[in-house]
Structures are given as C-alpha cells and as structure tokens.
Design a protein around this ligand. Structure first.
Ligand code: CAA
Length: 273
C-alpha cells in the first residue's frame, strides 16, 4: 500500500519509519529545503532500530521504498497522515492538497489536541479522522484514533486495521479537546512545572518521584523536554481556551519558550541535554 506522510519532523519521520518497517511504500512530503533533513531523520531512526535488532530487513532495503518529495503528484494512496506543526490552517491546507491528489485515501491527522471536526471543515469529512502517534513512534505501543461526527465508520475501521497491522494497540476517542492522552499528559506536565515554580522539589526529584513512585519510564519534566516545551505550551493554551483555566500554562513554561529553551531539540529545557 502507498501511504503519504506530510511533514518530516520528529513525528513524521517516526511515522515514516514505522510504515516502511510495516511494508508500506512511503511518500514523505516536506518543504524543498527540508528534504535532506527529513530523509536523514528517517534513516537515523531506522539505523537505531537496526542496532537494537528490531528490524527484519536492512535499513537500506526499507529506504528504497521511501520517496521524499516537495510536491504531491496524483498518487493512488490508501492513507495520508499529516504531521505538520499544530496550526489548524496549515493542517487544513496540506490535507486539502492531499484530498485532491489522493482521491481514495483516508485522511488522518497526527494532531495532539486540535479539533478533528474543525479540521475536517471544507474537506471530504467522511474520510478525515485523528490518528495520534506517540514519540518515539517506532517504540510507543499506542495509536489514539479520534472520531468526529462526520467520519464514515468504515474509515475508522480501516485506520484501526492498519494501526494494528503495524503492531500498535488502538484506543478510540471522541473528538473532545486533548482527546484522552494529551488532556491527561498536559495536566500532569503543567502541574509538575507549577510545583517547580513553587519550589516544592527540584526538577530531578519531581521526575524521580514519578519514575520510581509511579513507574513512569521518564518523569513529567524530562518528558516535556522530549516532546518540546513549545509543543506542550501550544497544547496547554488550546486546552485552556477550550476547557478552562485549569490548563493555563505556568509563567515558567512561557519564559523558557521565550528564551528559546525548547527542550531536547535545543539542548536546554528543564534539563541540559
Ligand atoms: N527505533 C528507533 N529508535 C529507537 C528504537 C527503535 N525501535 N528503540 C529505541 N529507540 C531510541 C529511543 O527513542 C532513544 O532515542 P535517543 O537515542 O535519541 O535518546 C534511544 O533509542 C534509546 O532507547 P532506549 O530504549 O535504550 O532508552 P530508554 O529505555 O531510556 O527508552 C524511551 C527511551 C522509549 C523514550 C522511554 O524513556 C519512554 O518510553 N519514555 C516515555 C515517552 C513518552 O511518554 N512518549 C509520549 C510523549 S507524548 C506524545 O508523543 C504525544 C504528543 O502528542 C505530544
């Protein structure tokens, strides 16, 4: 099956890796000046998986099924997954282009919190759903499927089947702000930052508390660094607007983002990487 992935950042590259390992032909669409970086990110992720003995084929064999392009020609794709930044208009624009170029494809968004119903406006809404992956995509077990009112049931069933064929476990969630995972993840993340602001404990000790006390693989502050402080800030602002001030982002988060300390990707967040 041909699958189109739009956006070759952390999530898009991880999704492309997963699809290649699962036997898909992948067309990865990004801006012309990002094509080398996008291909490089997929290759790096595949190399890591190979080092850990997680691939059944050599990375080069898988990469032979990857086309990295800056323009989408008409493509008989079954599935399109967009993973561009969390901007509703941008996501609508790229999905509209894909809807025309891939008339038979399911149109999935990897958004972590934006309304799928709002995203589907002006698109063939029966083909649109949320297909939310988790970082690092090849490792995390979950795919969260998000259903808005206008999606066709067979589209949800297809997305479930594809995710399961890729080895993922699926949860189905109605199109509510933050779905199931971002709402809870951001709630804990924001509270951890407020606790740091209030001097309840050090960043290291807050994280160790959740890691060793609750069995989290990494604490909420290190996880915020992994996801990106800018990404979490955008989700928190969206959830505060939709669900109320309990999601309001703490000043410390805003200050760090304003300083350009975005977490692991810039080398500095709540920790130095
Ligand atoms: N393919 C590619 N890369 C792999 C891999 C594989 N099969 N297996 C491991 N890796 C990568 C890891 O991502 C990690 O990358 P870096 O070297 O760049 O750090 C590295 O190899 C080390 O992996 P290990 O398994 O040795 O390390 P670990 O045991 O510490 O596990 C972890 C790392 C998987 C990230 C683990 O700490 C974890 O599960 N953390 C929680 C992650 C999490 O909660 N993710 C969800 C974030 S929220 C989200 O994504 C949604 C959103 O909308 C914002």
């Amino acid at each position: 099956m041909i699958t189109v992935v739009i956006g070759g950042g952390t999530m898009g590259a991880g999704i492309a890796h997963l699809l290649l390992a699962g036997g898909h032909e992948v067309v990865l669409l990004d801006a012309a000046d990002r094509l080398d970086a996008a291909r490089g990110a997929v290759a790096k992720s595949l190399a890591k998986a190979a080092e850990r003995g997680k691939l059944t084929a050599a990375p080069d064999e898988l990469l032979a099924r990857l086309a990295v392009v800056d323009r989408l020609d008409p493509t008989p794709a079954g599935l399109v997954v967009e993973a561009v930044p969390e901007d509703l208009d941008l996501k609508r624009r790229v999905l509209a282009t894909a809807a025309d170029a891939c008339p038979d494809a399911v149109l999935a968004s990897n958004t972590s919190s934006l309304s799928i119903g709002a995203l589907a406006e002006g698109l063939p809404g029966d083909r649109v759903l949320g297909m939310h992956f988790f970082n690092p995509v090849p490792v995390q077990q979950l795919v969260e499927l998000v259903r808005h009112d206008g999606v066709a049931p067979e589209v949800v069933a297809k997305a479930r089947r594809w995710a399961e064929e890729l080895g993922k476990t699926v949860i189905e969630v109605r199109d509510a702000p933050g779905f199931a995972t971002s709402r809870l993840g951001v709630a804990v993340g924001m509270e951890a930052i407020r606790m740091l602001e209030e001097g309840v404990a050090s960043a290291e000790d807050i994280d160790t508390g959740m890691r060793l006390g609750y069995g989290w693989p990494m604490g909420p502050l290190r996880l915020t660094d992994l996801v990106g402080l800018d990404v979490r800030l955008a989700i928190a602002e969206h959830l505060a607007a939709e669900l109320g001030p309990r999601f309001a982002p703490p000043d410390l988060l805003r200050a760090k983002v304003a300083e350009g300390h975005l977490g692991r990707k810039t080398g500095q967040g709540f920790f130095t990487w």
